[in-house]
Ligand binder design. Structure first.
Ligand SMILES: [Zn+2]
Ligand SMILES: [Zn+2]
Length: 263
């Protein structure tokens, strides 16, 4: 599996991805808002874009469909429940569907509600373990829930799906928010040396070259995976004095998400 991360350069800080089969050069584009950048990147590498996947229905993920489809004839795939709202979708996706790219790449479709209620993540298994996580899981953060989402569902997605992925899984998120997310982590957990080290590294790079993370690293630097960490709870009780001394992880997650909305 060949993976190309394409920095949009836009104010929303979108990342786009091309996932290609090394044997055939066929490629799948994930959320190609700035579609000309994706087309140029594919042409540079001799790849042919044959499929487009939208992780969810927000315009900053679907807005490039028409242009890229007109230029390449690619088929558009999206969550079956979001297809009608997106329009022009050729194939609705359901939990467990396998998307094939060329001869050698298989991506499993995860149904991951929370940011919106019709959001898919794409999972590559094996030596290339990777998740294309859209706006559900960001590097060092979690998606917001105020444009059609639900923090309770996002918590369930984090605990029952994302936290269960293999440690080596690389995290390819829909936006570049790493610096801001690490600052939030360190505001919750000032003693988190892993987050401090990654923040220092991140500040040395332009957004286009932001460091990649893995699930193992996320569990050390992403507050939304660290719901029982004493310092996280202690600091949260400063913002929410009504919180119990030993709150359950769901409550911690909901309060962290609420705090992040205004932070
Ligand atoms: Zn979104
Ligand atoms: Zn987005």
């Amino acid at each position: 599996m060949l993976t190309e991360r394409i920095w949009s350069g836009n104010s929303l800080r979108n990342f786009h991805y091309l996932i290609a089969c090394p044997e055939t050069g066929q490629a799948l584009a994930v959320d190609p808002l700035e579609w000309r950048l994706c087309l140029d990147a594919a042409r540079d590498r001799g790849w042919e874009i044959t499929q487009i996947v939208n992780t969810h229905e927000h315009q900053d993920h679907t807005g490039g469909n028409a242009g890229l489809k007109a230029a390449t004839g690619a088929r558009v795939l999206a969550h079956a429940g979001a297809a009608a709202r997106i329009g022009g979708v050729d194939q609705g996706l359901n939990k467990g569907d396998i998307i094939r790219v060329g001869r050698s790449v298989e991506l499993e479709c995860l149904d991951t509600p929370g940011h919106t209620m019709t959001h898919v993540c794409l999972l590559a298994h094996g030596d290339d373990a990777a998740i294309f996580s859209g706006d559900t899981l960001f590097n060092a953060g979690a998606g917001n829930c105020y444009n059609g989402g639900d923090p309770q569902a996002l918590y369930d997605t984090f605990v029952s799906q994302l936290a269960q992925l293999p440690d080596a899984t690389r995290v390819y998120a829909g936006h570049e928010y790493l610096t801001r997310n690490l600052e939030f982590t360190l505001d919750r957990e000032p003693d988190n040396a892993d987050a401090a080290a990654l923040l220092a590294q991140t500040r040395r790079h332009a957004a286009a070259d932001a460091p990649l993370t893995t699930l193992a690293l996320e569990k050390r630097i992403n507050t939304f995976f660290r719901l029982q960490t004493p310092q996280v709870i202690a600091r949260l009780r400063v913002s929410f004095p009504e919180l119990a001394a030993q709150p359950d992880p769901r409550t911690v997650f909901i309060k962290l998400r609420e705090l992040r909305n205004r932070w």
